[in-house]
Design a protein around this ligand. Structure first.
Ligand code: NAP
Length: 332
């Protein structure tokens, strides 16, 4: 067990993909970790079930200002990581107001709770490459203008500027990580990468015949989530606050992701297993994201190490395992 740093971290979104990896990493560094958790009719602690005896859960919701103030005052955090969001772009088109309330105004509520309750705490905002949307230059870096293409992207732009504004207005240590897509075996099943790896595992095991996707052409800069949560910690532990892009610097199409996933289980005729379904297409889409993380490399010593083939392997193998078979029997 790591020696205690005496530091307390409050993580919103602790039940999500990134929150669970970040909690593990902070525990390993000796932090006392507090996770904000909202009330759901069915508890959703699967990603943190292995940590429940080592972290503290605090009730709260980004929609409820008083709950955030109570949580911040109770925890007295040294570091606050705002990872909570309505984080799925597709749903942001069908639930734009909730997306704005949670993802945009929720960040403001938390900033306000920290400003009034723990003004010396370091504050991290999980910003997104979706803010670049209809990209104005490529690759995208910290100076690239934003042009969001979804209610999610619009909400993240608001939260980004709220964070900058609290830094400039109140002298708070508040920083953004402008994170390009990062995936893992803990990614939600609605996201295209996990939909593909879960679907491929099901097809391999005879549990399904096809995967339905909106498009194969979209290009993304996909990295491995634990490396991005490490970047979050580096950002909050830099000598001065600032904003940093986190990305691999490589861009790949959904088609490449699909092909690699099927290759992993030995299926070469993958085209017959994929159907395009316009229901999954977006009213406005982001075609091509590719990040330039040189600032994070030069100032924080961070680089994304896991490349797409390795990421796909990790995710497919885990999905095979979850569906009840050892990945080793399918390796090629
Ligand atoms: P995720 O798995 O969808 O997790 C989202 C978290 O937010 C969950 O813990 C969820 O709690 C919580 N949450 C939602 N609404 C809430 C509310 N009203 N009050 C309190 N908590 C609430 O997202 P992720 O992939 O870990 O991403 C973490 C953050 O990074 C998000 O802000 C996301 O937008 C941002 N980001 C992610 C990526 C990426 O590629 N993963 C890229 C750029 C930025 P429940 O479990 O209760 O639903």
């Amino acid at each position: 067990m790591a020696d205690s740093t005496g530091k307390r971290a409050l993580i919103t979104g602790v039940t999500g993909q990134d929150g669970s990896f970040l909690a593990e990493q902070l525990l390993a560094k000796g932090y006392e970790v507090y996770g904000l958790i909202r009330r759901l009719s069915t508890p959703n602690t699967r990603n943190i079930s292995h940590l429940l005896d080592r972290i503290h859960l605090v009730d709260g919701d980004l929609l409820d200002q008083a709950s955030l103030q109570t949580a911040v005052q109770a925890v007295e955090p040294d570091e606050v990581y705002n990872l909570a969001a309505q984080s799925f772009v597709g749903v942001s088109f069908t639930q734009p107001v909730v997306t704005a309330e949670v993802t945009a105004v929720g960040a403001l509520r938390l900033l306000e709770a920290v400003r009034t309750g723990a003004e010396d705490a370091h504050f991290f905002q999980a910003s997104s490459s979706e803010m670049f949307g209809k990209v104005q230059e490529s690759p995208q870096n910290e100076d690239t203008p934003f042009y969001p293409r979804s209610p999610y992207g619009v909400a993240k732009v608001y939260a980004y500027w709220a964070c900058v504004n609290y830094r400039e207005s109140y002298g708070m240590y508040a920083s953004n990580g402008v994170l390009f897509n990062h995936e893992s075996e803990r990614r939600g099943h609605e996201f295209v990468t996990r939909k593909i790896t879960d679907g491929v595992a099901r097809i391999k095991l005879g549990l399904a015949k096809k995967i339905a996707l909106g498009t194969l052409e979209t290009r993304r800069d996909w990295g491995y989530a634990p490396e991005y949560t490490d970047l979050m910690w580096r950002i909050l532990n830099a000598p001065t606050p600032g904003d940093y892009v986190g990305a691999t610097g490589e861009t790949h199409s959904v088609e490449e992701f699909v092909r690699l996933a099927f290759e992993r289980v030995g299926i070469t005729d993958w085209k017959s297993c994929v159907e395009l379904d316009p229901r999954f297409a977006r009213p406005a889409d982001v075609d091509h994201l590719c990040g330039d993380a040189r600032r994070a490399n030069e100032k924080l010593g961070w680089t994304a190490k896991t490349r797409l083939p390795e990421l796909v392997r990790i995710m497919v193998d885990r999905d095979l395992e979850l569906l009840g078979t050892s990945p080793r029997t399918h390796s090629n």
